[in-house]
Design a protein around this ligand. Structure first.
Ligand SMILES: [Zn+2]
Length: 217
């Protein structure tokens, strides 16, 4: 097997390859029954740092087993298109098509920083802004980190309650009244709180039974 070059791969792509938008992503695929050729191509691509999926598909006789290689990651697709597009002959349109699709997708998923900061001026929390703009909070956070606006950690009321309870439990306090649990306490509550809680549970059960009894009566 001679040495693979980008020119060779471009020609091979013209003949044996296909690329385009498939479902929610993009894909470039090569397929051939000659294992030696495909091995060499995959080795060449992996040598250039491309994450290549390489597999073979059994075909019914009289066809031979076909060896398939593909690349799907958006970033890598853009990289390989930049290398192949100037060299291919029949797949120029497909290359451009995939490139435009990826660029449009990136543009769509980019967040307008000014809009975010305007929301912030109006007193929205970062989480609320993310929700309003239909993006993930983590994505917004990454943008803010990129722009040097590092948001402080913000906790919701519920989260604050959970944190306070966790801290109380760790330091041997009751998670209800935050007083020391004492020797008579349970793992979470002091004795008075535990008793009150047990009472409440018992009463709830009683109320349930009453309700059921009145229904059946
Ligand atoms: Zn308590």
């Amino acid at each position: 097997m001679g040495k693979i070059t980008w020119e060779y791969l471009a020609g091979f792509t013209d003949g044996e390859g296909s690329l385009g938008v498939v479902g929610k992503g993009t894909r470039i695929t090569w397929g051939n029954t000659d294992k030696a050729v495909m091995d060499a191509i995959v080795e060449f691509l992996r040598g250039h740092g491309f994450p290549v999926n390489y597999y073979s598909v059994e075909k019914k006789a009289p066809w031979k087993r076909i060896y398939m290689a593909n690349i799907t990651q958006k970033k890598e697709m853009l990289r390989i298109i930049n290398l192949l597009q100037p060299l291919v002959i029949t797949k120029v349109f497909q290359c451009e098509n995939v490139r435009q699709w990826i660029l449009a997708k990136d543009k769509k998923s980019s967040v307008d920083f000014d809009t975010v900061m305007n929301f912030r001026k109006d007193g929205f929390s970062w989480a609320d802004i993310a929700k309003t703009m239909h993006i993930k909070y983590l994505k917004l956070r990454n943008l803010l980190i990129d722009r040097g606006v590092l948001p402080n950690m913000e906790y919701s009321k519920k989260q604050l309650t959970y944190r306070a309870r966790d801290d109380a439990q760790k330091s041997g306090k009751c998670i209800n009244c935050f007083q020391p649990r004492g020797d008579n306490g349970t793992q979470l509550h002091c004795r008075p709180c535990a008793d009150r809680r047990n009472d409440w549970k018992r009463n709830r059960l009683r109320r349930k039974r009453c309700a059921m009894a009145s229904q059946t009566a």
